[in-house]
Ligand binder design. Sequence first.
Ligand SMILES: Cc1cc2nc3c(=O)[nH]c(=O)nc-3n(C[C@H](O)[C@H](O)[C@H](O)COP(=O)(O)OP(=O)(O)OC[C@H]3O[C@@H](n4cnc5c(N)ncnc54)[C@H](O)[C@@H]3O)c2cc1C
Ligand code: FES
Ligand code: FES
Length: 401
Amino acid sequence: MGNIEVKAASVEPKTSVSFTLNGAPVDVQGVTPSITLNDWLRSQPGLTGTKKMCGEGGCGCCVVAVSLQSPVTQQETTFAINSCLCPLLSVEGWKITTVEGIGSSKAGFHPIQQRLAEYNGSQCGYCSPGFVMNMYSFLQQNPAPSAEQIADIFDGNICRCTGYRPILDAMTSFKAEKENGVIDIEEVQKKLCPRTGKACSNPRSTCTAPYLGPTRELVTPSAWYAPSSLADLFSIFSAHPESSVRLVAGDTGRGVFKNPPVADVYIDLKHIPDLYTSTLTEKSLLVGSAVPLSVLIGLLETNKNSSPSTFSQLAHHLSNIANLPVRNVGSWAGNLMLTHNYDFFPLRCLCSDGCCGSHSLYCHLVQYTVSVTVGFPHSGHEQIGDCVHGNSFCERRHCLS
Ligand SMILES: Cc1cc2nc3c(=O)[nH]c(=O)nc-3n(C[C@H](O)[C@H](O)[C@H](O)COP(=O)(O)OP(=O)(O)OC[C@H]3O[C@@H](n4cnc5c(N)ncnc54)[C@H](O)[C@@H]3O)c2cc1C
Ligand code: FES
Ligand code: FES
């Protein structure tokens, strides 16, 4: 990456966001960093199907589907996220689908919703939209899943009343075995009108007025920046020498450490292509710091022959961290920084016997030959071996790869 040039601050703070919701363009003005996607969705008329319970990425009732061009693979990809952990300002350009966007009693239920009802997989129904949207997102990428793959994706969905057997039976009825045949995702996607039996293409209209709903804090003077290069990132640091700065990758850290102190400046890392690169050399993999854990798992599995003893094992360990919607946006660097920032990161305590029993990324990385590259304004970058406990990290240094 070479030396990182620091320019005069050229990036303006962001207070509006544009995205696509259930097929319709949305432009929201007057957004502050504390507003989550879930806050906004639930403040919109007719969009309360996306629920909120724990607010910390643990129950899955707030799951929605996100489609975007992966900055790592450049392919359009669809995945589930917890809307309760997702800052509204970070969804620029995303295509978001909520449970209302796939089916309803009026427009005709989606086959996943229908199957859940037929298998008695819903009682109070509070968890159902999350289960449905997690399954929907997964089927977009994996139209022919095995029963095991389906069971594995529900590590972040909790049901408090129905019991998991009927839910799992409903979901595994989508497995691609001979008796079911391979699912035609085009068919699954169709929203059939119960009256005409034909697909409905009428997207729900949404309110585009400035956001006036509740926020996490009543007053927040924070600024949100979305730089598109490392140079801009460091220029924002330079322009705010006295401010508290929080880098935002997946923002799932707030699910572990609730209500983190409000920062003066938030810097969204999602638009910096350098942080999403991945390069395979003879026996190593160089991965940008904003790469989500799910993508890292995929990269390790795809390239497992390059380092048979390491890559598959690490991928397996990583797949035990958190749950699928968290891994879909939570970056490996964010995970390390939580370990670095919080001495009492509870998950490290799981490491009872050196490393093996742990679900902590740090514990696994120290097992392998892993080094982290940290960027400094003006002076380029530096590789450090002990990626967390060295004193090389401080608030204003940035993990690159
Ligand atoms: C429900 C739940 C269960 C979880 N279970 C586990 C578990 O079992 N094991 C485990 O190890 N973890 C677990 N986690 C933690 C999870 O892995 C992290 O929340 C996630 O990896 C953080 O990544 P992020 O991109 O969301 O970081 P963010 O939340 O965006 O950032 C976290 C911190 O890292 C800093 N940061 C982010 N990117 C960089 C960067 N490139 N350079 C420097 N600083 C940076 C941020 O400023 C912030 O201080 C769990 C989380 C949740 C919500
Ligand atoms: S509300 Fe529980 S995961 Fe979002
Ligand atoms: S149906 Fe009531 S919580 Fe799942």
